[in-house]
Design a protein around this ligand. Structure first.
Ligand SMILES: Nc1ncnc2c1ncn2[C@@H]1O[C@H](COP(=O)(O)OP(=O)(O)OP(=O)(O)O)[C@@H](O)[C@H]1O
Length: 366
């Protein structure tokens, strides 16, 4: 796993008449990892990404993929050997979704029938219903189009996937869904993914490694997301990751010690409500017949169902546990298992105490 897949050796790109867009970039990207290029607008992220598949040629320096200098491979062949996903999905409007996904395998000489069969399987992989394959791109939502973009990039089963702000044009809820989907896919696929974003949150969620670029095309820090949040290399990185970095860092603190308490529940079934006799006038969690959370019933009032907050799954970070408690109208964060069934609740005060404990342990280790 520690093998390098992509290497930049002192790579510079200067477009005509300008300052360098990328300046002396040297970095090694591990096989099977997700590496995120992040930084403010115009700092050379896209240029760096595009030099990997020769959509842009460097002014100087060498880039190797799988140990091979990319300039030794014809540009068109190199491009087809890597998946590429961009912000606008870039689908061909007059071709069906299936034909869009089958484009590169067809160019590689795969028969139409085989390419379509593979395209149908890929719809499953990216979580799209098969009938959508017959539609045209304009008949899909933005999020669905991005999924097709990912399926198309995966069609030829390339070892390397290049993704340029693929999720930035969709709303935040769909965006988070797509991020989680990509992480799930990556668990099985173990591709070498290079992902460009200007969103530090997206970078720390997705990246095994994060490369922070500064204006002028210089690499400011290249480290794990945890390290970038805990120990920014300089003032530029510190200001880029922002004031919330302490909070974001919680995303890397394990929640093992969090106690999950029992919670009084009301089952909302077809026959009506069944209240928990243990409720004794406090907040009650409303669940369906399968014990999945639906919302809250406030104490002593009849205001009906109050929407719940975010959910916490044991094994997730303290950030998730705290968010579940803070976003819940009752102040109790709902914990669920993998099937979405209620396990109990976490208390905000207890999560904060654990956060403080973890901070002291970190401090003592310095
Ligand atoms: N084809 C081009 N010709 C001339 N200059 C270019 C070209 N493409 C990019 N640049 C310049 O190179 C610099 C880096 O651009 P690049 O697109 O790589 O940055 P980026 O970090 O991806 O930005 P953004 O987040 O805005 O997409 C910018 O100053 C940009 O104006």
């Amino acid at each position: 796993m520690d093998q390098a897949m992509i290497e930049f050796q002192n790579v510079t790109k200067q477009y005509q008449g300008g300052q360098p867009a990328v300046d002396g970039l040297t970095m090694s990207i591990r096989k099977g990892s997700v590496t995120v290029f992040v930084g403010p607008s115009g700092c050379g992220k896209t240029t760096s990404l595009r030099m990997i598949n020769r959509m842009v040629e460097p002014s100087s320096g060498v880039i190797t993929v799988g140990g091979k200098d990319v300039t030794s491979v014809p540009a068109a062949e190199l491009r087809r050997s890597m998946g590429y996903v961009m912000q606008s999905a870039g689908l061909l409007p007059h071709r069906s979704v299936l034909d869009n996904i089958a484009t590169v395998p067809r160019l590689n000489g795969v028969s139409k029938a085989d390419a379509r069969k593979r395209a149908e399987e890929l719809l499953d992989v990216v979580g799209l219903a098969r009938p959508l394959g017959r539609r045209y791109p304009a008949q899909l939502s933005g999020g669905q189009q991005q999924r097709v973009g990912v399926a198309r990039a995966l069609a030829a089963d390339p070892p390397v996937l290049l993704m340029d702000e693929p999720f930035s044009a969709v709303d935040p809820v769909v965006r988070e869904e797509l991020q989680q989907e990509l992480l799930r896919l990556q668990k099985d696929l173990a591709k070498t993914i290079v992902f460009v974003t200007h969103d530090i949150d997206e970078a720390t969620v997705l990246g095994d490694m994060v490369a922070v670029f500064a204006v002028g095309g210089k690499l400011a820090q290249y480290a794990t997301p945890e390290e970038i949040l805990r120990a920014p290399a300089n003032d530029f990185v510190a200001s880029f990751v922002g004031r919330d970095r302490g909070f974001r860092h919680l995303g890397f603190t394990a929640s093992d010690g969090v106690t999950i308490h029992q919670v009084p529940t009301i089952v909302r079934a077809a026959s009506g409500y069944e209240s928990d006799p243990a409720a004794a006038g406090g907040w009650q969690l409303v669940v369906d017949a399968d014990m999945r959370p639906l919302g809250w019933a406030a104490p002593g009032t009849d205001t009906g169902l109050i929407p719940g907050g975010s959910l916490f799954r044991p094994g997730e970070s303290l950030r998730r546990a705290l968010d579940a408690a803070l976003s819940s109208p009752s102040g109790l964060g709902v914990a669920v298992d993998d099937a979405g069934k209620v396990l109990g609740v976490v208390r905000g005060g207890e999560v904060l105490a654990l956060i403080e404990e973890a901070r002291q342990v970190r401090q003592a280790a310095l």
